[in-house]
Write a protein that binds this ligand. Structure first.
Ligand code: DAT
Ligand code: MG
Length: 155
């Protein structure tokens, strides 16, 4: 099982979309391993968006991400990282395909509804950055044996 980090960004919180988007992941079969609301700060964002620190939009991006508390979730499932990323859609919401979360709910590059970890390595780091071990839970969801075929359950 893989774990991936999802952030429901300030626009998702402000627009009341958190429940609807979380439901998409749950209905797909990804299960919640952890979830909380948090006010992000500059230190967290410098680390989380380190790859963008030199970009001209960095200050604007961090202001946006701090504008209201965000909801953070860790989702678990077979190939969870890739699945969540595909469900998320490309960075520019205006170019994201219909059926993806950004493609269905977004009109913006910056306010693009959710963050999803972009690789297994990133996901490990991001989950550990935002969640303590005691905030994460592994359990068997009631539909686990129906969602996955027998040979897929140990991946
Ligand atoms: P993604 O969130 O699709 O992984 P990223 O890691 O390249 O994209 O960028 C992180 C966030 O930074 C992105 O979700 C929105 C913002 N961002 C990226 N490129 C931007 C741009 N050209 N102008 C404004 N914000 C941008
Ligand atoms: Mg990214």
């Amino acid at each position: 099982m893989e774990r991936t980090l999802i952030i429901f960004k300030p626009d998702a919180v402000q627009r009341g979309l958190v429940g609807k988007i979380l439901a998409r992941f749950e209905e797909r079969g990804l299960q919640i391993a952890g979830m909380k609301m948090e006010q992000l700060n500059d230190d967290m964002l410098q680390e989380h968006y380190a790859h963008l620190r030199d970009k001209p939009f960095f200050a604007k991006l961090t202001r946006f991400m701090k504008s209201v508390p965000v909801v953070l979730a860790v989702l678990e499932g077979v190939e969870a990282v890739d699945i969540a990323r595909k469900m998320c859609g490309v960075t520019n919401s205006r170019e994201a395909l219909p059926g993806t979360i950004r493609g269905d709910y977004g009109m913006s590059v910056q306010s693009n509804v959710i963050h999803a970890s972009d690789s297994k390595e990133t996901a490990k780091k991001e989950v550990a950055r935002f969640f303590a071990a005691k905030e994460l839970f592994h359990y068997e969801r009631a539909d686990f044996h129906t969602v996955y075929a027998e040979d897929e359950r140990n991946k």
